[in-house]
Design a protein around this ligand. Sequence first.
Ligand code: TEU
Length: 546
Amino acid sequence: MDYKRITVYQIYPQSFMDSNGDGVGDILGIVSKLDYLQYLGIDAIWICPMYKSPNKDNGYDVSDYYSFQTCYGTNENFDLLLKEAHKRNIKVIMDLVLNHTSVEHEWFLESAKSKDNPKSDWYIWKDARKDGSLPTNWGAMFGGPAWTYCKERNQYFFHTFSNFQPDLNWESESLKKELFSVAKYWIEKGVDGFRLDAINFISKDPTWSDGIIYPPQQYANIYEFAANGPKVHTFLQEFKKEVLDKYDVFTVGEASSSTIDDALEFAKDINLIFEFDHLCLDNADWPYGQKDIDIIEMKKCFEKWQKGMFGKSWNTLLWENHDQPRVVNRFRINPSYRSDGAKMLASTLYLMQGTPFIYQGQELGVDNVSFNSIDEVRDIEAFNLYHNFVDSGKLTKEEMLFRISNKSRATSRCPMLWNGNQNAGFTNGRPWCKVNENYKIINVENQIVDPDSTFNFYKKIIEIRNKYDVIFDGDFTVLDRENNDVFTYSRKDNKSEIIVISNFRDRNISYDFSNFNNFKLLLNNKKELNSSELAPYQTLVYFRNL
Ligand code: TEU
């Protein structure tokens, strides 16, 4: 599949569209919105996990890889989705969680029974140390230690994420075989590819040694020991040989904290990776602290990835996903200019080299949801951190809720805003998660008919990407490295050049346009065009043939 030429739209199924009034999005809901997605111009949808799951981590804790949670529908509904999507030339990418399962998965229940059952080594088990302490001092991603005790085996099982998500042991041959069968099953059913969840965590540090603990953390950072471990590429090569090479499928692996060198290695195994360098630029104190993004730093970050991958591999272009807050909040876009800011961010990123990923609602410029009580927060990570910090008196309830609303992943997982009716048209029932209070202003129905909407700007960006080859193959040069307000870059191949100019500020900024006299203006997010300054959040795209 020509994964370099597609635009992918990410669907968070719980929150996309509810067809049966139970308050949770479902497969038939997705089917009912395929025309909308086709109109936007995307080529593929990636759907977050819908497999059977106790939902401790909203579906990323799978208890059966071969069927769906009842709330999403049946395997027949999914067949219909495949058929209807393919009819519209939309590919379907499934989320595949191969690093861990749920504790309720039958494999785990078996493995936990005894040390000599056939699945005993399908998970990672270790004894306590001689002094009775945990096997290592590593912390789990969602709080607490990375080890949980199991009475039946009198041993600890290892988990990178929560204690509901035991890690699978890729060292086990029989386990690997089973995982490969899962992938084959879905490919043969007709899916076009996979987003491989947390795939850089499948090989752990074989020394199982302790790490340094940096207060206020209580445990050592798990990334050091579980991310990009020594056998990750060996395992993925096997996956490629046994499964991926046999079919025409597309794979994008989630590989947080990867370097360029890591990315180039992953490129030998799978098509693309997600890395999150540019989405860490506003990180401040833990948990969920936020600082202003330094635009010069941001340019350096993009330059590193654009140049580092050029001619060797291929980038993913993303501002948002279900683990990230909304991008308009990340950049602290002034709400009076929300739509201008959202458009400016779109052209800044999506005219770079790579495969674009758009997260549901991003095409409308949707902003974060504000939570007033922890009962409204539907995420294990935010929930655990809230209790850790509030119960111990380290942060007030208000401060913690502000942080969660501002920077946690819970804030972007709320229902899609379809119209100005009750629950934003997402459900006739009681929505599983709070609906964004802005839904009467920001919604699909309003934006689709407004030629100046964020939606229609995204549509244009996709059209431009498909039309101008230089966006596909041109090199990347930052033209104003020292400017902390405006980001100007060029994309150039031997036939043409595109210039993207973006003002990141909510005020006019003087700008010298003299170099662009013989260019044609392709895109402007404002009605005005001043010859010596950029309007607040103005973005301009110029083109010329060489
Ligand atoms: O996320 C794994 C993961 O590493 C992210 O939390 C990552 O650290 C973050 O996005 C970087 O900013 C995946 C899923 O996307 C997430 O929703 C799951 O909770 C997690 O795996 C466990 O399956």
